[in-house]
Design a protein around this ligand. Structure first.
Ligand SMILES: [Ca+2]
Ligand SMILES: [Ca+2]
Length: 227
């Protein structure tokens, strides 16, 4: 820093003053750069947890992307819809509050998370989410029993274990979805079946009626010939 100041001034009599100014300026720039790098690092650490996605893919073999917990399938970093670069000032404040929700029950709503991501944040808390990055599969055990966000009959924790989506009611174990939907739409199925049977019965009798009508002239002709 001393040399930089000497080269920039070209004078040696005012060296102490220039040395001090140069050190301050370079130190300030360096500090700002370090600050930006630190902020970016912290931002990435706080915003994205790819460990969970990797664990889901590895343990379930399913093609799970960031949309499992985030608004954007490409994750929170970027300028696309639902990504940090596109957030409004009020949404950035919302994001800040969500990131500060270290304990469960904060009742926050992060604009970069979907309903499942926000559900995890509010029932588990940010601190536990950060801890579980070392054992992402254990997140299922931290989710509350009985919670079924998409109401497809499969609890969120089970969907997480299976790698199916907790917000898509058509995504889940096929047999369990079939049973659930069978029970859910039982009356509709019974009524549809009854309507189909009655419709076929009515159609058959209608066709029978047409057939009888079609035969009548022939019967008349036969009777005439017989006379
Ligand atoms: Ca479900
Ligand atoms: Ca589902």
């Amino acid at each position: 820093m001393h040399r930089i100041s000497e080269w920039s001034s070209g004078r040696r009599d005012d060296r102490p003053r220039k040395v001090w100014v140069g050190r301050k300026r370079v130190g300030g720039e360096l500090g700002a750069a370090v600050g930006v790098m630190l902020a970016l690092l912290l931002s990435r650490t706080a915003a994205a947890h790819p460990e969970y996605q990797r664990s889901l893919v590895l343990n379930t073999g399913r093609a799970v992307n960031c949309a499992y917990c985030h608004t954007s399938a490409d994750g929170p970093e970027g300028t696309g819809l639902g990504q940090i670069g596109r957030l409004s000032p009020s949404e950035l404040e919302q994001l800040g509050r969500a990131r500060a929700a270290l304990q469960p029950g904060a009742g926050v709503e992060s604009p970069i998370l979907n309903a499942f991501g926000n559900h995890i944040l509010n029932v588990v808390g940010k601190a536990r989410i950060l801890e579980l990055r070392l054992a992402p599969q254990e997140l299922a055990g931290a989710l509350p029993a009985g919670s079924d966000l998409d109401a497809d009959g499969i609890e969120d924790a089970e969907e997480y274990r299976d790698g199916t989506h907790p917000l898509i009611d058509s995504d889940g174990d096929p047999i369990r979805l079939f049973r659930h939907n069978l029970g859910r739409y039982a009356w509709q199925i019974v009524l549809t079946f009854a309507a189909t049977v009655l419709g076929l019965w009515g159609l058959k009798h209608l066709l029978d009626g047409f057939e009888i009508l079609a035969r009548r002239p022939e019967d008349g002709e036969t009777t005439t010939r017989g006379k």
